[in-house]
Design a protein around this ligand. Structure first.
Ligand SMILES: Nc1ncnc2c1ncn2[C@@H]1O[C@H](COP(=O)(O)OP(=O)(O)O)[C@@H](O)[C@H]1O
Ligand SMILES: [Mg+2]
Length: 235
């Protein structure tokens, strides 16, 4: 969450970020800034580097050139342990296919995110239940992900992503695997989070999701930013 005094501060800064994989260039010089309280949508065709970009910002992968700073902390200076801590404490992530742990009930999936940062189990489980409740899925707390619908799984995944009150919530095609009704509900959730001040970066190729949820639109092609626009606010 973002207090008024921190609104507008730069949360993420990318400077000329490159990512080469053997033979291919996934990112070819991306620079951008995301400020506190913004909801930024990244759009572009399949293979243009959107997931690579998100994974870099999350510290799941490292650039082969350029720098990424989150709250002025240069991720390139962090070792593996530092990067793992950074990711757990500062970043929440939502994926197209949820990435829940199938052998843990919903509540444990959510609570684990805090337990991994050292929060005692009881406190973690209390907060996890509150979040599941806010997201309308408290009654599913003891259910295993395999028994839930896509929309229910994504709600649990959003609860997990919010568990550590992340500075930045990253979403990679969050509605990509959902039927239209569940997709709408997840969009509503993201809009509501933005309204509470959560800083968001959403990758999507659903233009409805982008225009509904985002205060700024970044279009990518071939590993580069090709356009930035501000969508008309949707009433
Ligand atoms: N781990 C990887 N190894 C090799 N190539 C990769 C890897 N991850 C992504 N790429 C390549 O980088 C490019 C960008 O991929 P990606 O970021 O997944 O695109 P998008 O999310 O926009 O569909 C693609 O050409 C893809 O094949
Ligand atoms: Mg992708």
């Amino acid at each position: 969450m973002t207090s008024d005094s921190s609104r507008g501060q730069v949360v993420v800064r990318l400077d000329d970020v490159h990512r080469e994989y053997a033979g291919t260039s996934a990112l070819s010089g991306v620079s951008m800034q995301i400020r506190a309280g913004e909801a930024v949508a990244v759009m572009g065709p399949s293979g243009c580097g959107k997931s690579t970009l998100l994974n870099m910002i999350a510290g799941l992968d490292r650039p082969t050139g350029g720098t990424i700073a989150v709250h002025d902390e240069d991720l390139g200076r962090l070792g593996e342990t530092g990067l793992a801590l950074f990711r757990r404490r500062r970043i929440g992530m939502i994926f197209q296919f949820f990435n829940l742990l199938d052998d843990l009930p919903a509540l444990d999936n959510v609570a684990l995110a805090a337990q991994l940062t050292g929060v005692p189990s009881r406190r973690a489980r209390t907060r996890a239940l509150e979040l599941l409740d806010e997201l309308g899925v408290a009654k599913l707390k003891d259910s295993y992900p395999g028994t839930l619908s896509g929309g229910e799984r994504q709600r649990v995944a959003v609860a997990r992503a919010l568990m550590n009150r992340p500075d930045l919530l990253l979403a990679d095609e969050p509605t990509g695997a959902l039927d239209s009704r569940s997709g709408e509900q997840v969009m509503d959730l993201l809009v509501a989070l933005h309204q509470t001040g959560q800083t968001l970066l959403i990758v999507t190729h659903d233009s409805r999701l982008a225009t509904r949820c985002a205060s700024r639109l970044i279009e990518m092609a071939d590993g580069r930013v090709v356009r930035e626009t501000t969508p008309e606010p949707v009433a």
